[in-house]
Design a protein around this ligand. Sequence first.
Ligand SMILES: O=C(O)CCC(=O)C(=O)O
Ligand SMILES: [Mn+2]
Length: 194
Amino acid sequence: MLLCGFACPGDTAIIRAIKSIARRSPFRNMTTRGGHTMSAAMTNCGHCGWVSDARGYRYETIDPLTGKSWPDMPGMLARLGHRAAAAAGFTDFHPDACLINRYVSGSRMSLHQDRDEADFDQPIVSVSLGIPATFLWGGLKRRDRPEKITLVHGDVVVWGGPDRLRYHGIATVKDDRHPLTDHARINLTFRKAH
Ligand SMILES: O=C(O)CCC(=O)C(=O)O
Ligand SMILES: [Mn+2]
């Protein structure tokens, strides 16, 4: 479900919270198991954070860059994730992880499934902030041709139930400017990892 503009109220406070998180756990470009560097920079907040390195993808309670816990998920963000899930019909969603991706011109995210979480009955809540991007909404098989959906500042996408394991990604981002994020797109995905 696409909730247009759902995250617009409070957007300034969300950006402020992300800056504060990134001062403690900085954005970094993680590498895949295959040794490729991801073009979107990433950090996390919450009880656990998603990490990728030569050992593969997983959730960790300690940020490997700082050796400390990930920054707490601010209540305001946890509530945003919960409210968006509820608006899409998932009434019992209490995220314990929030991945934060930062895209600039040329960044992309190839088609993938989110399958490192323990319980696929829990949805994914994805919040877009800053410059626009084209969301690729695929099928349950990688070869299914994805639908292209433009996501702009404040848009929230929720997927779950029979769509929980749909392939999705972000097409190469084009340069643009937004008053709150300058030349970047910030994406938050709220998840129940454990
Ligand atoms: O940036 C987006 O909109 C999608 C991000 C995503 O799919 C992910 O972090 O797993
Ligand atoms: Mn994903």
